[in-house]
Write a protein that binds this ligand. Structure first.
Ligand code: NDP
Ligand code: 8X3
Length: 253
């Protein structure tokens, strides 16, 4: 079984690479940071993985890479569309539009390019599994979640749409929707501000990359007739709040 993981240089993706490798799967590791890819590739055993430096936003390179994989890594069984980010926490009326574009280009367009490039092979072999990484942010709104939440709602609906298109085939599709997890996610969201990032996980126990990797492994190891459509998981200590009410004075009708 060959598992392709986007965003393997950190967080969920790296935990998946480690767990799947330990379980005997061959892996294709994708990310932009070359040094990290090289280090991970060596750690996992060079013959058992293929590390590829690739920006999933680069449409042409995504298709080139998938169409020109070496013979022993060509027949992908599982695609884990994990590469993604939240960038910024600002309200919609002040945020830098570049941050929104980056999230849409990576979380939506990059995921769609990877899917479109890999899926014909799965259909041809009539087996395989696509696992998308959504988020609770695609299910529930919170201030500052604006476009990030929008991209993850896209991922959820796209996954359900894929399930419809894949009907009658033996190709499976799952959307994993995690809550807070301690990876480099918050460091990226706050543009490298470690203090702000650490504050997110203060005095509570978030999910870990290992929790997500184990959930993905469970999803792909179900019997042939079972498709896990969606899994939403949160830390025990994350939850919901009341609807907000702005007590800014009565509004004249
Ligand atoms: P990390 O920041 O730790 O990892 C993100 C990974 O995505 C990195 O390996 C990064 O690699 C890769 N990546 C980002 N942009 C690109 C790109 N353009 N091309 C290729 N790879 C890219 O965060 P997480 O592990 O937490 O995030 C993984 C996924 O999980 C994301 O989709 C995120 O939205 C989602 N998620 C995270 C949650 C959390 O609380 N941590 C909760 C719910 C969902 P590199 O920089 O080397 O390219
Ligand atoms: C990120 C999860 O809870 O920080 O996708 O929005 S949360």
């Amino acid at each position: 079984m060959i598992v392709l993981i986007t965003g393997a240089t950190s967080g969920f993706g790296m935990s998946c690479a480690e767990l799947f490798s330990k379980k005997g799967y061959k892996t294709i590791l994708i990310g932009r940071r070359k040094e990290r890819l090289t280090k991970l590739s060596k750690k996992l055993g060079l013959k058992k993985n293929l590390a590829i430096q690739l920006d999933v936003r680069d449409k042409e390179e995504v298709f080139n890479t998938i169409n020109n994989l070496p013979r022993n890594f060509k027949d992908i069984s599982v695609l884990i569309n994990n590469a993604g980010l939240a960038w910024g926490f600002e309200p919609a009326y002040t945020v830098d539009i570049k941050k929104w574009e980056t999230m849409i280009d990576t979380n939506c367009k990059g995921l769609v390019y990877m899917t479109r490039a890999v899926i014909p092979g799965l259909i041809k072999r009539n087996k395989g599994h696509i696992v998308n990484i959504g988020s609770v942010a695609g299910n529930y709104p919170y201030p500052g979640g604006n476009v990030y939440g929008g991209t993850k709602a896209f991922v959820k609906q796209f996954s359900l749409g894929l399930k419809s298109d894949l009907s009658g085939t033996k190709v499976k599709i799952t959307n994993i929707e995690p809550g807070m997890a301690d990876t480099e996610f918050s460091l990226v969201r706050f543009s490298g501000n470690k203090k702000k990032a650490d504050n997110v996980y203060k005095k509570m126990t978030p999910l870990s990359g290992k929790d997500i990797a184990e959930t993905i492994l469970w999803s792909i190891e179900r019997p042939a007739h079972v498709n896990i459509n969606r899994i939403e998981l949160m830390p025990l200590q994350q939850g919901f709040n009341f609807f907000s009410v702005s007590r800014t004075g009565k509004i004249k009708k």
